[in-house]
Write a protein that binds this ligand. Structure first.
Ligand code: GAP
Length: 454
């Protein structure tokens, strides 16, 4: 099989699993779909929620130097003048069909991509921002834009946050939210879409410490993906060349993931210097500087920006987790998702639908769902039910069998190893909590024992 076929084949497996099991559907599917817009189904919404929660926990909850924000999507139109988005995205552009770099037509020396030599799209007068109108009259005075990045909401709130939290440099503001870009080329499933979610940090530092914090955040963010199970060898740092740097950036490095279609950007970490605060101060006429108590002077902080995509992270976690194993005459498809990302943490499976058994299983289910997203499944054979849970990445299945009625115990079966332990039903919650936090399966609670798969 050639590399190209294999790559296409791999992404199609992810797309098919997402569709089949309710992770991700094409938007407005009953009307034929809407190009590069996607709907997250019951499992997809949980996966995304878990990714966002893991990010928020790591960058806000567990840190003293970060606070959160949720700015509105619609912002004053002058924001986009100051940010450079209005001007920067209004020129005739072509885009490379292979590396997706965009080029102004008047910068091109020949008809191929200056970076990789790839084929270019036809030139178009293109503004990346979606335009709409505020209020009942559709005239130029009422034009507003759907934000193409969440970052600007943070810059314009810099003084508000400074005044209300009394944070001192260095400190950061984190935000998760929707962004919209009328992308010229889209594709590769949820990798590049026109509506997507970003997780952005704007970290304000003293200018002379910017380099140090840039390196710090690169490492911190890379490690976040590794801690959540992404294989280190499938991640790389790719520093931007001078020509590639965005208009606001002094330095930038992408964190790339090896997706089925090749190495592509998962997250960008940029040193934006003082560009944004200076521009917003001059356009708004409001001071956005900071009094440095040590130096006894007013300074404009530099900004280090780790900017990640929720959808791209979801795709990377799914690709990284996808696995197939021979299973007797069939193939066991499974997602080795990190427990904190798995949409469903535990499945409760009664061995039969008999009332006596169902009663105990439903009590277990009702108890466990107080803590986690839990599924109850009593349809078809136990083997098939295990496979269904493996395919959606559920870390643990709890089986209630006839013996449970006698000994008040249930089995816990682990997704990756398929090993089982048997524990008192009264110990299930604490045992599962420990296992979901990373404890070895064979560390047993009081009364627990190692069990053989039936
Ligand atoms: N504020 C800086 C900024 O927006 P960016 O590199 O344009 O930088 C940051 O975007 C991240 O947002 C990307 O690394 C990617 O994860 C995500 N992203 C950008 N455009 C996207 C799109 N069209 N579809 C999905 N995710 C996108």
């Amino acid at each position: 099989m050639t590399k190209q076929i294999l790559e296409k084949f791999d992404m199609e497996k992810i797309v098919s699993l997402c569709r089949r099991r309710g992770f991700i559907f094409p938007s407005s599917e009953i009307y034929g779909g809407l190009s590069s817009c996607w709907d997250y189904g019951p499992l997809g919404v949980e996966l995304k929620r878990n990714i966002k929660q893991a990010w928020w926990r790591a960058v806000v909850q567990e840190r003293d130097d970060m606070v959160g924000l949720d700015a509105s999507i619609l912002m004053h139109p002058r924001v986009w003048e100051a940010s450079g988005h209005l001007k920067g995205f209004s020129d005739p552009l072509v885009e490379c069909k292979s590396c997706h770099l965009r080029w102004r037509v008047d910068d091109l020396k020949d008809s191929n991509c200056p970076s990789c030599g790839g084929e270019l799209t036809e030139p178009r007068l293109f503004n990346l921002m979606f335009k709409t109108f505020m209020g009942p009259i559709e005239d130029s005075a009422s034009v507003v834009y759907l934000r193409p990045e969440t970052a600007q909401g943070i810059f314009v709130n810099f003084q508000n946050v400074l005044n209300t939290t009394r944070k001192r440099l260095p400190f950061g503001i984190a935000q998760i939210g929707k962004a919209f870009r009328n992308e010229i080329t889209t594709g590769n499933f949820i990798f590049r879409s026109r509506e997507f979610e970003q997780m952005e940090i704007e970290f304000f530092v003293k200018p002379e410490t910017a380099k140090k914090w840039f390196n710090y955040w690169l490492e911190e963010r890379l490690n976040w993906y590794v801690k959540l199970g992404i294989k280190r060898e499938h991640l790389r740092l790719r520093p931007h060349t001078k020509e590639e740097l965005a208009h606001y950036a002094r330095d930038c490095s992408d964190i790339d993931y090896q997706f089925p279609m090749g190495w592509s950007e998962l997250e960008g970490v940029a040193n934006r210097g003082d560009f944004d605060l200076v521009r917003h101060a001059s356009h708004s006429g409001k001071s956005l500087d900071y009094f440095d108590e040590e130096a006894k002077e007013r300074i404009t902080p530099y900004i280090i920006e780790p900017s990640a995509g929720v959808d791209r992270s979801a795709l990377a976690f799914l690709c990284n987790a996808y696995d197939e194993e021979p299973d007797k005459d069939e193939i066991r498809v499974l997602l080795h998702l990190h427990p904190s990302l798995a949409p469903i943490k535990v499945a409760v499976l009664p061995l039969s639908r008999r009332e006596k058994l169902a009663k105990v299983a439903k009590e277990v289910y009702a108890d466990l769902r107080q803590c986690w997203m839990v599924q109850y499944d009593d349809a078809q054979s136990i083997g098939r039910r295990y496979r269904r849970q493996d395919e959606i990445g559920t870390p643990f299945c709890v089986t209630v069998d006839f013996q449970s009625l006698e000994d008040e115990q249930a089995t816990i079966r682990e997704r990756d190893t398929m090993n089982q332990i048997r524990v008192p039903i009264s110990e299930l919650k604490t045992t599962l909590a420990a296992k979901l936090s990373g404890e070895e399966l064979f560390v047993l609670p009081p009364g627990g024992q190692i069990w053989k798969e039936g």
